[in-house]
Design a protein. Structure first.
Length: 353
């Protein structure tokens, strides 16, 4: 079986892309195969690769590619979380699928429609530019029908009080592209953007404890990867400053799904990001997000379903200027029995010669 590696700028690690059509469908057997693949990656120096994308051509007429994200967890090669998604990995998967022949060659203006099997999202990846081993995209997370704000709040309220490390902490639990817990960094003793971006292990530990409490609140495993968490506060120039946690520490920027979720949360009255956006003047139009890895922007488009301010719905959210580098392909020795039939025939012929 052939594995592919691609890296989306801003991601904590490359994504390991595999052909889902060559893998078993039954979850226990699938994870056993992925465990072997991880062991092989670790032995080859790839222990830092914790994102896996399983892709295949979609049978749905609305989509080009079916995508399933698997978050590998540190500690052992057989630890995985299948609950969430990853926007950076979606883009990496599109590039790898094109390079492998699963999709047509990418050209500027092309639109690849991806069906996220983890949560049902539809993602449109529009190609802006293509170079030898690099592609740039504008990415839109499209709802098949408007999603009411209330359905984007897994705890059914814009703010939730959690107890973490013996303290009460207020967060907003929002689900859009991924589930996130957003907390005002100032409530954790962080006064401004500089302090947020230079904070060390003490703040990281507090956020991880809050994330674990949020998982408990949602009935999810507290030692998994979801929900994600990000501390936010007003930036100096009208943007929103965000510092996010990933597996297994600080995110180098913020996840693409985190950008989408934060942009959505800004539109939902009463949430922590909504309040911060109003304070910083970022509550209309494009939302600029400052991170330790640079700046990005998101536009979340919503509609108003009723007369009340909180009765809106999400239509789509768009993030531009995303860059992906294809890093290469290799034979995955432990899964060689899952190789293409054509490859097997060629190998048999070459051996006979």
């Amino acid at each position: 079986m052939i594995g592919h590696l691609a890296y989306a700028a801003g991601s904590p690690c490359p994504t390991f892309v595999l052909d889902a059509g060559r893998l078993p469908r039954e979850e226990e057997t699938l994870l056993a195969h992925l465990t072997e693949a991880r062991r092989y990656l670790v032995s080859a120096g790839g222990a830092h690769v914790l994102k896996i994308a399983l892709v295949e051509p979609s049978t749905h007429p609305m989509f080009d590619l079916d995508y399933r994200f698997v978050q590998a967890l540190p500690g052992a090669p057989d630890r995985f979380d299948l609950r969430g998604s990853c926007g950076h990995s979606i883009l990496s998967a599109v590039v790898a699928a094109s390079r492998s022949g699963m999709l047509p060659r990418l050209v500027p203006g092309a639109r690849i429609r991806v069906h996220v099997r983890n949560n049902g999202d539809g993602v449109v990846c529009e190609v802006d530019r293509v170079e030898r081993d690099e592609a740039r995209f504008t990415v839109t997370f499209v709802q098949q029908s408007p999603v009411a704000f209330g359905d984007l709040l897994p705890d059914k309220r814009p703010r939730t009080v959690l107890r973490a490390d013996g303290e009460r902490v207020e967060v907003s639990l929002v689900t859009s592209a991924n589930a996130y817990a957003f907390v005002d960094a100032r409530r954790l003793g962080v006064p401004d953007q500089e302090a947020l971006f230079t904070a060390g292990d003490a703040l990281l530990g507090r956020l991880e404890s809050i994330r674990s409490a949020a998982a408990d609140r949602l009935g999810w495993p507290s030692d998994g990867a979801f929900p994600k968490i990000a501390a936010v506060l007003p930036a100096e120039d009208g943007a929103i400053a965000a510092r996010a946690v990933t597996v297994p520490g600080w995110h180098p920027s913020i996840a693409l799904t985190g950008v989408v979720c934060l942009g959505t949360a800004v539109r939902i009255p009463g949430t922590v990001p909504w309040e911060i956006a109003r304070e910083s003047g970022a509550d209309n139009g494009l939302v600029e997000i400052a991170t330790t890895g640079g700046r990005t922007a998101v536009a979340a488009v919503t509609s108003v379903l009723g007369a009340a301010e909180d009765e809106g719905a999400l239509l789509w959210a768009t993030v531009a200027r995303k860059r992906v580098t294809f890093q290469g392909s290799f034979v995955l020795a432990p899964l060689s029995h899952l190789q293409f039939k054509e490859v097997a025939q060629c190998l048999a012929l070459s051996g006979a010669a």
